[in-house]
Ligand binder design. Sequence first.
Ligand SMILES: *Cc1c(COP(=O)(O)O)cnc(C)c1O
Length: 639
Amino acid sequence: MTDWTINDAEELYGIPCWSDGYFGVGDDGKLLAVPDVAGGQQPIALIDVVNELRADGVQLPVVLRFHDVLKHRVRQLNDTFVTAIANNDYDAPYRGVYPIKVNQMREVVDEVVAAGRPYNYGLEAGSKPELMAVLTYDLPEDALIICNGYKDADYMRLALLGRKIGRKVIVVIEEFGEIETLLRLADEMNIEPLIGLRIKMRTKAEGRWSHSSGERAKFGLPISGMLNAIDLINARGYGESIQLLHFHIGSQLSDIRFVKEAVQEAARIYARLFKRGVPLNYLDIGGGLAVDYEGSRSNNHSSMNYSMADYADGVVFDIKQICDLEDVPHPTLVSESGRAVSAHHSCVVMEVIGEISNNANPVAMGPVEGEHILVSNLRDLLSGLHDEQNYQDSYHHASVLLSDVYHAFKLGILKLEELARAETLYWRVVSSIASMLDTMDHVPEELAEMQVAIKSQYLCNFSLFQSAADVWAIDQVLPVVPLSRLDEPPTKKGTLADITCDSDGRIVQFIGPQSTTPTLPLHEVGENEPYYLGLFLTGAYQDVMGDTHNLFGRLNEAHVFVDADDPSGFYIEEFVPGSSAAQVLQVMQYNPAAMASKVKEMLDRKVAEGTLRSRDGVKLVDFYEASLSGYTYLHNAEG
Ligand SMILES: *Cc1c(COP(=O)(O)O)cnc(C)c1O
């Protein structure tokens, strides 16, 4: 395997397929972030960033945010629509909005707003707190603020407050009852609202988010409701306020056919309403632009069968064609792409801290005088294994023997020592068969499952529920790659387990060179050198949806910027500390100060009783207090 190259590593982990050019491997085997895909700037070695953070005492796991990637995504989305509009002779501009629910971190929204300024790129809110955040941004005059989600009077008051401060805030009516409230408040506050109407779409996307459209969708007005809404708004004298038509058929639309169908349906409705005299001006196609997490360019739910350019071009072409046929002016085009903007910019770095293996801790396997025949049968099976035999038969034989061994133990026939020896022999048989299978082209399914079962689980210092909720909730596939040693061929394979007490806290699906695979290729983890893994494309939803299962809190975060003048090519502008134990406990109604004094009280009592020395008591109190202010994850080995 001496002819291993970094290209082999890139291919093995599917990097060119899922990274969109933002990640690659350096000659020294380090994983690189390439924020400037055009190639002008020096790439950043992720492990250098991690080493700098560790040197500053920052604990892992840590989120790395590459602001330059985020900037690039915002520009790319806008430029792609500008190009599609030019290529299709479309007569109106693009006015995209970033839906902050995808990642509401202030620094992320700041960066998106700054990068989007030249394009009049706006923001979308789906709740009152989101709108409160959105209203604080100094957006360009022509940029939109779109308000989605169910709304009470205060949500609408906030939107109208936005109108008072000169923002183009559009309230999208999701449900008929919202109209009455909005118009009443508009009268009260004496301000002209901007109104959008959400269509309950007939077009139904397949896949994870199929419930966002079709008859049973939660949001939107069917055509009858839409016509009644327009009549009501007209009757109240606000007809001129109806400016936008909105739809959203779901997130991560893997198949472009559903995008096209939906756009055609909506464009037709737009044109017909326009011809009825509704002064519509904007057509908002919602979110759904997908991310190719697994890099297969297919309509699998973690993938997509089109590019961003295909998407923009298809949308612009279809809307133009229908509007031209219907002889209505082209609407200003709005989209609410979230995932496609923010997924790439952040990753989670975690350390492999252990290996869980069925082969670990073997006992001596040699024959023992008078041992039970079941144990010696297993030993004979092991010593009789050879290359040309029927592997499947040997595997069945071993499985039956092990099951007999457990029965015999339950009935009191086997000793504990014999059971331990039998287990060791069994796992030795299975791993011998597994290694013989490695050279086979076609492995029967049953043996393939066994091959996975024998692989180690690598224990990683992170919580799946905090950092990659969708891996658990919807079987999302996310790329995982070691940060270093990519110039060496990986010699091991395994699955990943997190440190929560939940057996669901594991990753068992990875991106391979062709398709997804049940194990991740890894290097032998050394005693002295830390081995880091990066979990990628976590910038959309994963970053902000995590829960504190087991009270593992938010992660430490580093905001990384390209810096051409620095020898390492980067600088860390900001470090945002993750949750302390005290913070997550407070959310659950504990009072950390009271907890500390309670523990002190109990220790003092032991000191008073004479069972604990005062000096040791003080140390333990200090330690408990320090733990409260400490990070919730495991302390790095040398710390
Ligand atoms: C979630 C959501 C979005 C964002 O969708 P992406 O698939 O992340 O682009 C946009 N609009 C609405 C109404 C949403 O609910």
